[in-house]
Ligand binder design. Structure first.
Ligand code: F6P
Length: 473
């Protein structure tokens, strides 16, 4: 069986320094452990000079990681990936901050990744490249002579060609990524937008829903919505709601309804807009009837837009509390300290309203987690941005436009006042949309599309997506 080689900006090396593994990363590891695998990417460290990749083996999975120099970190990660591609892909072009040298460094780092990965590859490996940091990598690998099946999955949205075109350098990146055999997206809208850009920027022609062609070479396009382990998360939430952090929170609320937001502190998450909506809600409801807990974990603190956002959110939160607070009550609790996933699961089960209102989001797994965490006999209500990828699946949530503060406020009121029967009906429809899927199934589906012949023979455990796909194959 051929190995899976995953390439991503961050690598969840066990006990490493590049952060803990999220649900999708754990799923990828599971797939690699079963088949043998190599995970390649940035170590998370910044050092003075180039060195060969560091290598660690854990069971059937090898980890090869590269340090970045300060200039590479600034140009590739902070500058072009997060200062240009991230805002452009989330349709927030006014937040872009472009410097020509950052684009050059981005491309050089992608080439360096390719050059360092090439000697580690075996002839029958399948390569799976992840996300916007590495759009040039498929092209760079082909330039190194690598012909292995190569897939690319974009975790974030892909807007229409006119919106994409504002990012200097994007034409070349679209051409580079088209060197892959399979391109995966979160939603069909992202896929169709990409196909239009591939045609406008590279002259590719669309030959079917799932296919484009460039210079006679077919390139598959797939939609693979990222999933959570919904049943597992539901069980965690049911356990965690009895544990101390959730009990302390519940006691502090007494009978107030809890509105809950869980986000990275990121301009795409629509936090100022959300606080504006909450301010309108709280101004029209009796004091002590509802409280909002917003966890906004700091992120990408080197990027100026993120520093400004922190000041803006802190100030808006302070203004809400000073205007509407009482000596014994503050309507808004804003926490910058991230909480563990388990703690958050318990908080989600307590919350009457899950507030997930990004301006734009590739998927947003918090929305799915909020649904999974609910008590089916007394579920809360998900208020969800229609511009999150999750809205394509969770269309029984209360869908809102995050740019319309008054509309969002109305939805929050409606959620707070919603009768049990409607809450149950909406929750059931949302649950049905996510209950059968798993992150492992998401990964299996992508790999099957990357190498159909090979993977069709593999037994797949416990995945509704994969079972359905296998049944229809
Ligand atoms: O959603 C995109 C993403 O890059 C995730 O993969 C990651 O967990 C998150 O944003 C945090 O970003 P960073 O790796 O820049 O800290």
């Amino acid at each position: 069986m051929s190995r899976i080689v995953v390439v991503s900006n961050r690598v969840p090396v066990p006990a490493g320094n590049s952060g803990h593994a999220g649900g999708l990363a754990v799923a990828l590891l599971g797939l690699m452990q079963r088949r043998g695998g190599l995970w390649f990417g940035w170590s998370g460290a910044v050092t003075d000079a180039h060195a060969p990749p560091a290598f660690a083996q854990r069971g059937a999975v090898g980890y090869a990681t590269l340090d970045l120099t300060e200039a590479e970190h600034q140009g590739y990660y902070t500058g072009y990936s997060n200062g240009v591609l991230w805002p452009m892909l989330h349709a927030l072009p006014h937040l872009m901050s472009f410097r020509r040298q950052d684009l050059d460094i981005y491309r050089r780092v992608n080439k360096r990744f390719a050059a360092c990965l090439t000697p580690l590859l075996r002839s029958d490996d399948r390569i799976w490249v992840h996300d916007y940091h590495l759009m040039s990598l498929p092209g760079a690998l082909r330039s190194q002579g690598i012909r292995n099946p190569t897939g690319f999955f974009l975790h974030v949205p892909f807007p229409a060609p006119e919106a994409v075109a504002v990012a200097p350098g994007i034409r070349g990146l679209v051409q580079d990524v088209l060197a892959a055999d399979l391109l995966g997206f979160q939603t069909s809208a992202d896929r169709d937008n990409f196909a239009a850009s591939a045609s406008d920027f590279a002259g590719a022609s669309r030959t079917g829903d799932h296919m484009i062609e460039l210079d006679g070479r077919p390139i598959r396009l797939g939609v693979f919505p990222a999933e959570i382990a919904a049943r597992e998360f539901a069980a965690t939430a049911a356990t965690q709601v009895e544990k101390e952090p959730a009990r302390l929170l519940a006691n502090s609320l007494r009978d107030q309804a809890l509105l809950l937001g869980i986000d990275r502190l990121d301009p795409t998450k629509g936090l100022p807009e959300r606080l504006d909506a909450f301010r309108r809600v709280i101004s029209r409801r009796p004091a002590r009837s509802a409280t909002m807990l917003q966890i906004a974990a700091p992120s990408r603190e080197d990027v100026v837009a993120y520093q400004r956002l922190r000041a803006e959110v802190d100030s808006a939160a302070g203004a809400i509390n000073s205007e509407f607070g009482e000596p014994d009550w503050l309507p808004l609790r804003l926490l910058a300290r991230p909480q563990t996933r388990d703690t958050v699961a318990g908080f989600m089960r307590l919350a009457r309203v899950g507030v997930v209102t990004p301006l734009r989001d590739g998927m947003n797994l918090v929305a799915k987690e909020y649904v999974a965490a609910q008590d089916p006999s007394d579920p809360g209500v998900l208020v969800l941005s229609r511009f999150a990828g999750a809205a394509a699946q969770l269309d029984s949530a209360l869908l809102v436009n995050p740019h319309d503060a008054e509309g969002m406020a109305e939805a929050l009121h409606r959620a707070l006042d919603m009768p049990l029967a409607e809450r149950q009906e909406r929750w059931q429809a949302c649950w049905d949309a996510i209950a059968g899927a798993t992150p492992e199934g998401w990964g299996e589906d992508f790999l099957r599309a990357l190498a159909p012949g090979d993977l069709a023979r593999l037994p797949v455990a416990g995945s509704a997506q994969s079972a359905a796909a296998a049944g229809s194959a």
